[in-house]
Design a protein around this ligand. Structure first.
Ligand SMILES: C[S@@+](CC[C@H](N)C(=O)[O-])C[C@H]1O[C@@H](n2cnc3c(N)ncnc32)[C@H](O)[C@@H]1O
Length: 243
């Protein structure tokens, strides 16, 4: 992610659209876009995957981070009155206070599922296992594990948010091998959204059998990608229905 005009307030970055994100020391990169964290969440992930119109979204996320994408999705589903199941993977959970500070004054801050998730979240961060909460029509599940070696549901996700830091800082989640595994998690018609428009990412998604579209990027980025598992594709029939 390129530098924007975010303002640092302690560990939190306040971005030009008024939304917040934070800096991740391990990767030396902001969790969300410095040009507008909530704007990126809505444009690239919620709208880029069609989750804003889906009657009952099931979202798989690579990299829960500080939950900006999760809250953007919760807010949009709550406004439409549709149920949501959101399953994220995170191998380095941030402290609970950072999630709370980033959410302060932001969308879905008061959603009962977000509140319940914060209550269940490890206070100092870190740890392993899984937490799951259901409230207000939404189920939020976060698996504290390395997604590269985790079991992923087959043919399940209506949307996949690929948000695991940039290919240059975290190349492991952008390899053709892992991209192929991600493609298998999509239900027919499911859509993967990512802020990267790098040529090698596009080629990996195409090699995984997905139809890739370039879209205008969120503020600060020229383009982003969406990759669709076309409805007629029967190539992963074996995995359908796998929990
Ligand atoms: C760009 S941030 C995600 C921001 C987040 N989606 C949000 O809305 O705040 C990337 C996240 O992916 C996590 N991550 C990176 N590689 C991972 C892996 N192999 N397994 C699980 N989590 C990973 C990082 O720890 C980080 O929290």
């Amino acid at each position: 992610m390129s530098e924007g005009s975010a303002e640092a307030q302690g560990d939190v970055l306040v971005t030009p659209d008024g939304s917040r994100t934070a800096l991740n020391a391990r990767f030396g990169e902001a969790y969300g876009s410095r040009h507008g964290a909530a704007s990126q969440a809505r444009h690239v992930f919620v709208e880029g995957t069609g989750t804003h119109e889906h009657p009952a979204p099931r979202v798989l996320e690579v990299g829960f981070g500080v939950g900006v994408n999760a809250r953007a999705t919760l807010a949009r589903c709550a406004a439409r009155g549709v149920p949501l199941v959101y399953h994220a993977f995170e191998f380095d959970p941030a402290p609970r206070a950072l999630l709370r500070d980033v959410a302060r004054g932001g969308e879905a801050e008061a959603h009962p599922a977000w509140r319940a998730l914060l209550d269940a979240w490890p206070e100092s961060g870190g740890g392993s296992g899984e937490i799951e909460v259901t409230a207000g029509g939404a189920t939020l599940r976060v698996t504290f594990a390395d997604v590269l070696t985790a079991d992923l549901p087959g043919g399940w996700a209506t949307a996949l948010y690929l948000d695991g830091f940039s290919p240059s800082r975290n190349p492991d989640v952008w390899t053709p091998e892992f991209t192929a595994r991600l493609a298998h998690t999509l239900a027919p018609g499911g859509v993967l959204g990512t802020y990267s428009a790098a040529g090698h990412v596009r080629r990996s998604l195409e090699a995984a059998g997905l139809r890739v579209d370039r879209r205008p990027g969120a503020p600060g980025k020229r383009e982003c990608l969406r990759a669709i598992r076309e409805m007629g594709s029967g190539q992963w029939a074996v995995e359908e229905g796998t929990p």
